[in-house]
Design a protein around this ligand. Structure first.
Ligand SMILES: Nc1ncnc2c1ncn2[C@@H]1O[C@H](COP(=O)(O)OP(=O)(O)OP(=O)(O)O)[C@@H](O)[C@H]1O
Ligand SMILES: Nc1ncnc2c1ncn2[C@@H]1O[C@H](COP(=O)(O)OP(=O)(O)OP(=O)(O)O)[C@@H](O)[C@H]1O
Ligand SMILES: [Mg+2]
Ligand SMILES: [Mg+2]
Lengths: 226, 226
């Protein structure tokens, strides 16, 4: 479903070049969960952003469901981001003046789902992440872990074929985190799920663990240091 | 150093009242590290915000170094926040258009530290969190874990007697996290450090672990589930 070929993403900073992603080849299957682990600053978020068409690669290609993202015009890319990819940002990125249920319903609004159906699906998603009782709270009336769970529910709103989750349980206690692991495992049965995580427990549940260090995949597949 | 008496913080939401903190009595010593653990939404951040004078309690009192925060006029409270308390926010709250080193130096600028001394101390603090090589990056040129480490360095800028850290390693891999644990342990030798954490490893290093559930401290002191 997702094919990366010689993928690079580099930033210029003064006279320096930082290769956040430095030559990655990778094939991700249509179903199942892949975990990406690696030190802080090793390129994990950058890689997810490029796969999810949030960032353009410096070199190399990203193909999703047979289409090369580099060839898709800007307008169509917006629809791709909305309907093919569900993204859980590391910094949540919730809309401040919308309630939790409105934040979760928003992707469905863009996709033309009728108002009543949007509201009931959004509420059901919040129940799934154990936040039904916070549906009418705005982001500044939620705790850090509650905001993270709203962000997870929103990423699942359009039932996208690809879910990219960046550190989805970093702000959760182990019991609440386990609820999210089980949810991600369940949805990975029918679609591609890629999680960046420092949680060894979540990495163990993945079908495959990729180790990123200085922008490159290492084959330290056996050492589970997350 | 810090004394809480019958402390409550409640929010009104429509017809509902949410008691984020529901009657807490607590004494914190002048030195040492205290960890607060508890489920997502249990009141940990709210408690830290009230101790750090970022939020006013609904009822009860907070005394720091013998002074009742409720009696301190607004203008003086700003100096208290700057010089007595170093705060690591769960959502980092870095100033977007300042570089990492400028963000770390900012609290010292308000306290009248000379420019050259500010710059060298800020740089040294960034080295301590292993980010010397990212000093000139703005927040949007940093990874999640790098932003978190800048926020930790900034909280230590004025060498405050009280350090309050809200989930300081939630976005860090275990190796980078360990660096921060050691740093917090070292600074806790000479001042009060309170950390909210879901990391069992960090909670084990604390002199005392407090368990918060639905805004109340429970005496499950021996069960280290973080
Ligand atoms: N302004 C507000 N209005 C209403 N409820 C609020 C407000 N701010 C926070 N809350 C609620 O208060 C409760 C405690 O929030 P707090 O941020 O202290 O939790 P926490 O223990 O830090 O959780 P986490 O581990 O998820 O960060 C939450 O359930 C939250 O929804
Ligand atoms: N706009 C930019 N300009 C320069 N460097 C950048 C920029 N954005 C990111 N970087 C650098 O690229 C590297 C990779 O960042 P990335 O966010 O992918 O790391 P990460 O593996 O997600 O780390 P973390 O676990 O801390 O979230 C970092 O060292 C970061 O400083
Ligand atoms: Mg990241
Ligand atoms: Mg919190």
């Amino acid at each position: 479903l997702v094919e990366l070929r010689d993928l690079w993403k580099s930033y210029r900073k003064g006279s320096e070049t930082i290769d956040a992603v430095a030559g990655i080849d990778l094939d991700l299957p249509e179903r199942g969960m892949v975990a990406i682990v690696g030190p802080s600053g090793s390129g994990k978020s950058t890689l997810l952003h490029v796969i999810g068409a949030m960032d353009r690669p410096t070199r190399g290609s990203v193909r999703v469901a047979g289409r090369n993202l580099g060839d898709i015009p800007q307008g169509e890319l917006t629809r791709f981001r909305r309907e093919v990819v569900g993204f859980v940002f590391q910094t949540f990125n919730l809309i401040p003046n919308l309630t939790a249920v409105e934040n979760v319903a928003l992707p469905m609004e863009f996709s033309g789902v009728a108002r009543a159906a949007r509201a009931s699906r959004a509420k059901a998603l919040l129940e799934r992440v154990d936040l039904g009782q916070r549906a009418r709270h705005r982001p500044n009336e939620l705790s850090g872990g509650e905001m993270q769970r709203v962000a997870i529910a929103r990423a699942l709103a359009n039932e996208p074929p690809v879910v990219l989750a960046d550190e989805p349980t970093g702000n959760l206690d182990s019991a609440t985190g386990r609820l999210i692991y089980e949810l991600l495992q369940a949805i990975a049965r029918e679609r591609t799920v890629v999680v960046v995580t420092h949680s060894e427990e979540l990495a163990r549940l993945a079908d495959r663990v990729l180790h990123l260090r200085d922008g490159r995949l290492s084959n330290a597949a056996h050492d589970h240091s997350a």
